[in-house]
Write a protein that binds this ligand. Structure first.
Ligand code: CA
Length: 402
């Protein structure tokens, strides 16, 4: 019999966002991270509704996976209802990753691109699979993990709570043992800090709260582009001590891919079985209203390339080249995950100055673009207007096939 001997939930707005749309909940034996999206405070509302569904406790019926999934489905329905009834909340959504410690197992329920990890004997293992466009491409062998980490569309998620009345929830159960540490986090951590680095931080931190703070500090040091949320709990045998911390911890603000190998087994809350691939209806949910298209997804940890880009851009602007940038176009996806042509350069200057504007929104969800063509089409390559328009036209007509 195990218990969570030590728990911590910490969230940080990061260095580039004004608001924190993540929410977290940690009250043994239930732990939750949710990463809201939707802008104008809607994301905060969505993630808060999600964790509040767990704060009321779990239903007693069913096995641990079913008990978690019931709350996820309930949260989905509530968020969906609010987004329908309040126009300013329209389109809001949230990721959700929840864990339930039950005896010598941990059950996990998951939708979106927040993640759960198991830290054991000095090594960190991811327990969840991201429901994201790039992760689908990695699973299909179209992208490597390294390419995915840099991919301009990596924030597009393919499943979330809120956009639809029903949602498919992935659940798993893992055997755990004393000494294990479980980590739930939002993509504000995992998009900024490599798993190797996270592992090193967990290995070198004496206390969980030190580890949580060090992880957040590291994400901020790398740029802090997004809200960062970390929930940690450490397991010990019930007989081993009396240091249990069962205080509720709710944090009201900032969540990404997983390969559940190893001892876990996976089931789905719906009778449909295996996790589905990209939605047929193009139900992608993008966070690009918070991280504008393509551009914002570029990480600046290639300082030289970034510096050159800025210098080139400034030169263009100062040199009257602004007009020239009006002749340049690139293809990306908009906040709704729709293939869009942008005019300008795929960069964003400090202070949120965009060097691009929406030129044409197609009728085509990015998820319907043949998977093996996506990375080429969404590469942010600069094109002429006629080139960009004719490529998107062919996509709309279904003439670009794999
Ligand atoms: Ca996020």
């Amino acid at each position: 019999m195990l218990r969570a001997a030590d728990t911590i939930a910490k969230t940080d707005t990061g260095r580039q966002r004004r608001d924190n749309e993540d929410s977290a909940f940690a009250r043994a034996p239930v732990f939750v991270v949710a990463d809201g999206m939707g802008g104008a405070q809607a994301g905060e509302v969505a993630s808060r509704i999600a964790v509040e569904a767990f704060a009321q406790g779990l239903p007693s019926a069913g096995n641990p996976e079913q008990r978690l999934a019931a709350r996820v489905l309930e949260a989905n329905r509530r968020i969906f209802d609010v987004s329908r009834s309040e126009s300013e909340r329209a389109g809001m959504g949230t990721t959700l990753t929840a864990a339930l410690l039950d005896g010598s197992e941990v059950a996990i329920a998951h939708v979106g691109d927040s993640r759960a990890y198991l830290f054991r004997d000095g090594s960190l293992k991811r327990l969840t699979q991201d429901h994201s466009l790039v992760d689908e491409l990695v699973r299909r062998g179209k992208l490597t993990e390294e390419q995915a980490a840099e991919h301009p569309q990596r924030s597009i998620i393919t499943r979330a709570l809120g956009p639809e009345p029903e949602v498919e929830v992935d659940t798993w159960t893992y055997p755990v043992r004393a000494g294990d540490v479980l980590l739930l986090c939002s993509d504000g951590l995992t998009s900024m800090v490599s798993e190797e680095h996270m592992e090193a931080i967990l290995s070198s931190s004496k206390r969980l709260q030190d580890a949580a703070q060090a992880l957040i500090n590291e994400a901020n040091a790398a740029g802090g582009r997004d809200n960062i949320t970390v929930v940690l709990f450490r397991l010990e045998d019930v007989e081993a001590g009396d240091g249990a911390v069962d205080q509720p911890t709710m944090a009201g603000v900032p969540a990404v891919d997983a390969s559940p190998e190893g001892p876990g087994r996976q089931t789905s809350s719906e009778a449909t079985g295996a996790p589905r691939a990209l939605p047929e209806r193009g139900g992608t949910v993008s966070r690009t209203e918070r991280r504008p298209p393509a551009v914002a997804e570029r990480r600046w940890h290639k300082p030289l390339a970034a510096l050159i880009a800025v210098v080139v851009v400034l030169f263009l602007i100062l040199g009257g080249g602004y007009l020239a940038t009006r002749q340049l176009y690139f293809i990306g996806t908009n906040a709704q995950g729709i293939v869009t042509i942008y005019r300008g350069l795929p960069y964003e200057l400090p202070a949120g100055i965009h060097l691009y504007e929406t030129f044409y929104v197609s009728g085509l969800p990015a998820s319907l673009v043949p998977a093996d063509r996506r990375s080429a089409i969404f590469s942010n390559d600069l094109r002429s207007q006629s080139d960009a328009s004719s490529l998107v036209r062919q996509l709309e007509l279904g003439k670009v096939s794999s």
